[in-house]
Design a protein around this ligand. Structure first.
Ligand code: PLP
Ligand code: COI
Length: 342
């Protein structure tokens, strides 16, 4: 039986659910793995993750479709990205098949926690791997734990699809040739001071610039950025140090193949925003879906997009509706995008 939850009013926060998946890496191999009840982790005071932040993670969602199925969106791409992230931090990659199996088991075991169709909510899944044995000299751990837990969530930003106000951060997110293109805890630890500062100043998020020249738009702390130019083309910032968002890659495909948009992936200068080249802007990601930009503030100079602070612009509205329609089974998905759990 579905849990008694006010699904439509969920926020993006943690709720403990019934089952989680655990798999351990010891003596050079991943063990069988399986579901457990215990949400607590006991580890050495000197675990690699605690000392040197050796941890990688993913984020994806499970949805209920109109016809009552429970599905996930492109989990194979999360499996691939977790492998890329693990390799960069000297963590033994988790085999793709094991990742997909863990997702299937966690979602099926927590089926009562998957929000019903039409509520706008979803079951967020958080797979992660961390170094668990004692490490005191700076080196990779020998033993690791992989876990996946699930938590029902609503919109990442308060107000759902209402435009947000963001600022240009004075901090950098990712060094050139650093770790900006992988999903690792350290990228988020270093963003915490910046996000608290932004929130205290009344902004919902930070836009980070490229650290080498501080002229190009990279991404926000937890999402990629998209623009629609004044000719109606989708413009996607290109950089080696942003996270290759699965949502963004999917939206590029949807824009081109479902909506007939021209998509341009290129470097985007901050100055172009203030020159008025873009009619719409938005953040995109698993958590953010598409959250429209209302305005961008650069040290007091503020640019407000033509949609204003109340509504999402027309092109991003269509993109969002098409993507969520595909995810929730209202619109036919491209081959291989939907992973049916049960
Ligand atoms: N960029 C950052 C920094 C993120 O944390 C996320 C979230 O996963 C994204 C982009 C969006 O990626 P995806 O669409 O794969 O969730
Ligand atoms: C996601 O979109 O899944 C993320 O991991 C972003 C995070 C900041 C919540």
């Amino acid at each position: 039986m579905k849990k008694d939850i006010d699904w439509s009013n969920l926020t993006f926060s943690y709720t403990k659910t019934d089952k989680r998946y655990v798999c351990n890496y010891k003596n050079g191999a991943w063990d069988e793995g399986g579901l457990i009840d215990d949400d607590m982790i006991v580890m050495s005071e000197d675990a690699g993750v605690l000392q040197y932040a050796q941890t990688v993670f993913e984020g994806l969602k499970a949805y209920t479709t109109k016809d009552g199925k429970i599905v996930c969106f492109r989990p194979d791409l999360n499996a691939d990205r977790l492998i890329d992230s693990a390799k960069r931090l000297e963590i033994p990659p988790l085999p793709k098949e094991k990742f997909l199996e863990s997702i299937r088991e966690v979602v099926a075991a927590n089926a009562d926690w998957v929000p019903p169709y039409g509520t706008g909510a979803s079951l967020y899944l958080r797979p992660y791997i961390f170094g668990i044995n004692p490490v005191i000299g700076v080196k990779p751990a020998d033993d690791y734990q992989y876990r996946v837990f699930a938590t029902p969530v609503g919109p990442y930003f308060k107000g759902g699809a209402k435009p947000i106000r963001v600022k240009i951060s004075d901090f950098d997110r990712a060094a050139p040739r650093g770790t900006g293109n992988i999903k690792v805890g350290l990228n988020y630890a270093m963003s915490l001071h910046a996000i608290v500062t932004a929130h205290n100043e009344g902004f919902a998020e930070n836009i980070y610039l490229d650290p080498a020249t501080r002229t190009k738009i990279e991404e926000t702390g937890g999402a990629n950025i998209l623009f629609v130019d004044t000719d109606g083309n989708l413009v996607v910032p290109k950089s080696d140090s942003i996270l290759p968002s699965i949502t963004r890659r999917s939206l590029v495909y949807v824009g081109e193949h479902y909506l007939g948009l021209k998509v341009v992936e290129r470097e985007v200068l901050l100055s172009e925003v203030f020159e008025g080249k873009f009619a719409e802007g938005g953040l995109c990601g698993t958590a953010a879906v598409i959250s429209p930009l209302g305005s961008i503030n650069d040290h007091g100079k503020e640019f407000t997009f033509s949609n204003g602070m109340e509504e999402m612009g027309p092109v991003l509205t269509k993109l969002r509706a098409t993507l969520t329609g595909i995810q929730e089974g209202d619109i036919e998905a491209p081959e291989g995008w939907i992973f049916t759990i049960c």
